[in-house]
Design a binder for this molecule. Structure first.
Ligand SMILES: [Zn+2]
Ligand SMILES: [Zn+2]
Length: 262
């Protein structure tokens, strides 16, 4: 399995996942042109894509879902509530109905050679999900935009070789930062975003269950610093003796990250 974040953060999110036969995107939250540029940067043509999976309807995840699906004639996968939102927003115009594929959360299904499971995540959207992709006996997962870690997230990500995990904010930076109080409250809430310390804690849990690579993603521009997120998670893994079995890396905000092969 290969996994690579193309962009990650409040200005856009998209992750490339492939088992060499079936290649997909999780979200397309930037212009089609920019996503294609980042794909080209990792040696992938948009023509190789088999599907786009949507986590939730926030703008930073859906900007070019329709554009890319039309351009390459590939299906869009989402659960009912998210698909209905995309449809009502006009994003799915001129996509063949058979290319709009609605799934049930927590029920595995097939996409090409991949087994896919969408798991619910606590976030302020219609019916947001994270994704687990399995090929052979290797799984990877994408889990960002999560207010807190839940049993659904644990079930969805446990045992994955690589996980894109949110490390959105430093709690003190957020509290002392420029955001208005209601927005701070939203981000800190159980349906907001995951802090660096919560991310560090869960990274340790994942590492304890065999995860080899954790990619920290969806970092806030206002309320986080990449080095701080990285150090917070790395130190916690180190403290618990898990750094030898699990490596941590950062998903860059505006360009593709490292290609992870597992
Ligand atoms: Zn969101
Ligand atoms: Zn987001």
């Amino acid at each position: 399995m290969r996994l690579c974040t193309l962009v990650s953060g409040s200005s856009g999110n998209s992750t490339y996942i492939s088992d060499g036969t079936t290649s997909v995107l999780v979200d397309a939250g930037l212009t089609g042109k920019r996503i294609e540029e980042e794909l080209a940067g990792i040696g992938v043509s948009g023509k190789e894509l088999s599907a786009i999976f949507v986590t939730h309807e926030h703008n930073d995840h859906i900007t070019s879902v329709g554009v890319l699906a039309r351009r390459y004639g590939i299906p869009v996968f989402a659960n009912r509530a998210t698909m209905e939102y995309l449809d009502s927003a006009g994003i799915l115009n001129r996509i063949m109905p058979e290319n709009l594929i609605v799934f049930e959360n927590n029920v595995s299904f097939i996409c090409g050679t991949l087994v896919v499971k969408a798991f619910p995540i606590p976030h302020d959207a219609a019916d947001p999900v994270g994704y687990r992709f399995t090929s052979g006996d290797v799984s990877v997962a994408v889990s960002t935009d999560i207010g807190e870690i839940t049993d659904d997230i644990r079930a969805g990500t446990a045992g994955c070789a690589a996980v894109v995990l949110e490390a959105n904010h430093d709690i003190e930076m957020l509290k002392n930062g420029p955001y208005p109080y209601p927005l701070k409250k939203r981000i800190l809430g159980s349906h907001g975003h995951l802090s660096n310390v919560s991310s560090a804690d869960y990274a340790c849990e994942l590492a304890g269950k065999g995860t080899k690579t954790i990619v920290l993603g969806h970092l806030s521009e206002e309320n986080n610093v990449p080095e701080l997120a990285f150090e917070t998670v790395k130190k916690e893994l180190e403290k618990r003796g898990l750094l030898e079995s699990c490596s941590v890396m950062l998903a860059p905000r505006y360009s593709h990250g490292e290609m992870i092969v597992c």
